[in-house]
Ligand binder design. Sequence first.
Ligand code: SF4
Length: 373
Amino acid sequence: MAGIYLHIPFCKQACHYCNFHFSTSVKYKEEIVAAMLRELELQKDYLRGEAIETIYFGGGTPSLLNQRDLDLFFNKLISNFSISNFKSLEITLEANPDDLNFQKIKELKSTPINRLSIGVQSFFEKDLKFMNRAHNASEAEACIKIAQDNGFENLTIDLIYGSPATPDINWIKNIEKAIDFNIPHLSCYCLTVEEKTALAHFVKTGKTKPVDEEQAARQFNILINKLNANNYEHYEISNFAKKGFYSKHNSSYWQGKKYLGVGPSAHSFNGTSRQWNIANNAKYMQALKENKLNKELEILTPEQQYNEYVMTALRTMWGIDFLKIKNMGRGDYFIKNIKTYMEQGLVFEKNGNYTLTDKGKFLADGIAAGLFL
Ligand code: SF4
């Protein structure tokens, strides 16, 4: 089973914290779509005929695609990959609230898309302004209602905590609102100040306070407690789901399944190597005009495969499977290093699986780094 990721590299405006690849000009949207369709043809054998389980339109802002664009993608996908019909697949489209009016939702519902990932981030105007989001607080609520009323049951929203603009009381209300809407899946990220973003510049020049680690840790704990009490499973550091609503696409990344990434900056993985397209729309399109891919490739060494497995598995509720580590020939090394974290109450072991405790969850990256080869 494998997945396909399609990166739509356009946004209406740049969110201050974002370091993804996108352009704020949609002038070349049709040309990019044409180039991506060409890439799908060129890469049709990358997954070696494995059955496709998930398709994910990410970005950027995939809700800027119109029905014609989506039809072109679906026709190309079914004619080049191992897909018997779209019904049995999880097909997600990331969408921004300002795009999701009644008309747009109806349009999306008429396509094979069966899961929406909505970039809400917050239900508060002050937060949204701080982040420079293109939508406002009322659009954040309205789009969820429209999506649910029109049969999109499988919904996920993104929320951001730890922002200087988000006091605890607003963070609590954000979580409560998501629970009240009965949204079955939530992705909640701590605000991070990435290099070369507007936010990094504001922090550097003193216009914005840096992220307060204590506040972030407190809000993460509030999140875990509130969602646990409301029947959400904390199945990955940043992801919470009601039973049956795990993201199959993201779970396959964490389980080391193969995937093909299409579009500028998109990454692909075939089990032993990783490759990524150039993060530049013009250069990406130019190469495809010549039926070529402008990409880089990295063959993963056994050490890198071990490190990747440790990093991704540790972040999930299923944890690190010791048998897999042993089969990689790293059993002794792992046991020697995990001991410290177990003594500190950051990791626990059950039936041969090593999993983070709630205390350990906030330190996941540091713990993984301590286990690396
Ligand atoms: S809409 Fe998403 S991809 Fe676009 S700038 Fe904002 S966070 Fe980044």
